[in-house]
Design a protein around this ligand. Sequence first.
Ligand code: FAD
Length: 425
Amino acid sequence: MAGWAGEDGEDGAQTDFCVVGAGPAGLTVTLLLLRSGARVTLVERSASQTRAYRGEILQPGGLRILDALGVLGPARAGGCHELDGFQLLEGGRVVLDSDYRRLPAPWNHLLSIPQEQVLGELLARCRRYRGFTLVDGSRVTRLHRRAGRVSAVVAAGRGGQRRITAHCFVAADGRYSKTRSLAGIAAGRDDVFEHDVLWFKVPAHGRLPRRVRIERAGGNPVLTYPSGAGHVQIGWLLPHRTYGALAARGVEHVKDLICAAVPQYADEVRRGVRALTDLTLLDVFASCAPQWAQDGLLLIGDSAHTHSPVGAQGINLALQDAVAAHPVLMASLRRQDATARFLQRYTGPRRRDIRRVMRIQRAQSSLMLSTGRLTGTVRPALAGLVSRTPLYRQILRQIAFGNRQIRISSQLFTDTYESVEQECV
Ligand SMILES: Cc1cc2nc3c(=O)[nH]c(=O)nc-3n(C[C@H](O)[C@H](O)[C@H](O)COP(=O)(O)OP(=O)(O)OC[C@H]3O[C@@H](n4cnc5c(N)ncnc54)[C@H](O)[C@@H]3O)c2cc1C
């Protein structure tokens, strides 16, 4: 059984993989490795599946992976909303309609689903394996090297300090990855986006649109989509790094501005938002770490690359990272080679995928959100034109599925409790 370590300073029991972070990337890679017979220790800062709001829109590519792992059905049972695509509205008029119903069934929709439901199901599946050790309520605070190779991490939490040694460490601890910074790898942050997003939920009172909407009515753009039981999630976009000054003027001032931006939900905002803590600010940036692997360490998900919320790519890419990294990690265990050079079998091709996604997101951002060159007059015409081209249909498939060559390597599975379902796309 995967052991965990003794007190810091002693050598801990050797496990095959230590994954840091139980988000979508960390839990998925953990499950895939466990199903392939590996021993995995998962270190997670939080002691529950409840996380700060981190988005709920899943793309078809991510849904397909979760379905193939048997996770999607049970996660959906907790409540979710199927959505038909994205819409850009300018002054109440639809100027761009990304209709997912044009994609091949059954993966022809987006899904709005609370992350806890997905994370809870993934974790429940991990718990079925004897090779699984969860060190929750503990955060990685130190990283040790032996002969230049990452050989151990120290996790500090409820049970004191634990030192965990492993064949290879997988950093899946998100956009502000501690593991990445302990390894001396820069985030590669690029402030290319003009906006941050202030997220909050209000009761929908029956007004549940079937699309993720980006609405512009002269002021700051607003994102809306159905979320949870009878609620609408609202994302108010505001110029980068201006929220601090607004918040300093108090919650009533912020509420006035939000009500002006979403007059249709003004009553709900007035009643429902009581304190600034009811609002979650997303500092929007893109990042791509210059290095995704060192000897003994691999970065996946947001810790390697972070995305703007435009086009809802983060969870999808995190899940696909896990699926793409899985066969390389298993091969590295078989060959006892976790050098950065070996791990490049994953990082090389995956970097190309991520660069492509980043280019598309930048184009989407300038088309939909820019307040500069693209005026309210040019944007509708351009958006309409773009959406009718075959290139746009290709881009829509790319946004929806990512790299379609990435498939679960189920031939590596050693368990029998459940077979991977047929993948359809
Ligand atoms: C407000 C917001 C809205 C978003 N909306 C969407 C959306 O609609 N659709 C979409 O696809 N993406 C969205 N995203 C992005 C998406 O949430 C991320 O891309 C995705 O969660 C990345 O998954 P991950 O597993 O790499 O990292 P995370 O989900 O960030 O998971 C990292 C995990 O590591 C843990 N951790 C952190 N530090 C440590 C440590 N030192 N030790 C141990 N554990 C640690 C954290 O507790 C967390 O559980 C949004 C993000 C935000 C912030």
